[in-house]
Design a protein around this ligand. Structure first.
Ligand code: SF4
Length: 329
């Protein structure tokens, strides 16, 4: 059975970009692979943060994942710091990762340009990412296009470690990317990426009225000034992409024809989208409300996931240390 690992930042409440771009795919994958899903709080501390805020965001992200359909009976869902072997393996991998490979990473260049003082953790972030994946000896990683470079580094780390410590029979697999079926979700303002920091998202758990307040003014095809102007859904990246994600195929075809033929206005089009989003997201919002009111349920789910993950992680560390000549505890 394929074994997959995927992580998500503890950024608080999920937005529909995270949901469509990653989490919905995870929910499908937990039925076909042995899946490890992780809220990566060790990654989150590579930039300045407030501890209470991080605790709250980690909790909210865990609630969102469970409400969206991640099922602790089908996969292992946990918080990264619950499995300390992530940090232990990352240290080991630091010793087989060339510095030049880390300095070349696009995300490091972008993030470090915004920091006054650059901490080593930011540079070593992809090494921890390699440890996250290889701790479970996962062979497949669901990723967006922007994560492919980091995954390539994980492959280099696995290759380097195997060459030194397990040359005859590679111990760590070189993980393969599995591109998420939904491409990057465009922001409500038409910007290339839906991102909380850009304020162009809709929260997964927002009430229908709040959702509509954001959808109504969202950017559409600029050629449609009046209802009678013919439009082109391809020029309306945000709304058309959301229709493709939330509406049935027949509705998507109707959107295309009504838009090109100027048979409805953008508000009509958005009302149909809103109704379909509400239909899919209401059960998620209701599950989240139950979970938010029952912290013990969330803690139990995460503890259960961490225990399953830790059992695999400890096996990996035992073999890794044996091969490296490191005494076991
Ligand atoms: Fe976009 Fe729909 Fe308006 Fe066409 S009718 S521009 S797809 S919102």
């Amino acid at each position: 059975m394929t074994r997959i690992f995927s992580g998500i930042q503890p950024s608080g409440e999920l937005h529909i970009g995270n949901y469509l771009g990653a989490v919905k795919n995870w929910v499908a994958l937990q039925d076909e692979a042995e899946a490890f899903f992780c809220v990566v709080n060790y990654h989150a501390i590579t930039v300045a943060y407030a501890p209470d805020e991080l605790r709250r965001r980690t909790y909210e992200m865990s609630v969102g994942l469970l409400a969206a359909g991640i099922d602790p009976a089908k996969c292992s869902l946990f918080v990264q710091s619950q499995v300390p072997e992530h940090a232990e393996l990352a240290w080991i991998f630091n010793t087989v990762t060339p510095l030049g490979e880390l300095e070349r990473q696009t995300q490091f260049k972008e993030k470090s340009a915004r920091q006054e003082q650059i901490m080593a953790g930011l540079l070593n972030y992809p090494v921890l990412q390699a440890a996250d994946i290889l701790l479970y000896r996962a062979d497949t990683v669901p990723v967006g296009e922007d994560q492919i470079q980091h995954l390539e580094l994980s492959r280099v780390v696995a290759r380097n470690w195997n060459a030194r410590f397990s040359p005859d029979a590679p111990f760590f697999p070189e993980p393969k990317p599995r591109l998420t079926p939904t491409r990057r979700i465009v922001g409500l303002d038409g910007q290339a990426k839906m991102s909380k920091s850009m304020g162009n998202t809709i929260g997964l758990l927002e009430e229908p009225a709040a959702m509509w307040d954001k959808l109504r003014p969202a950017v559409t095809d600029p050629a449609r000034q009046r209802k009678t102007d013919a439009g082109n859904p391809e020029q309306c990246a945000t709304i058309f992409q959301l229709h493709k994600a939330f509406s049935a195929e027949a509705t998507v075809a109707e959107v295309e024809s009504n838009c090109r033929g100027a048979q409805w206005g953008c508000i009509d089009c958005k009302k149909v989208l809103h109704a379909n989003m509400v239909a899919e997201l209401t059960p998620i919002r209701e599950r989240a409300a139950v979970l938010m009111a029952s912290p013990a349920l969330v803690a139990d789910a995460l503890d259960h996931g961490a225990a399953k993950a830790r059992a695999v992680a400890q096996e990996t560390m035992t073999e890794t240390k044996e091969k490296m000549g490191l005494p076991l505890a």
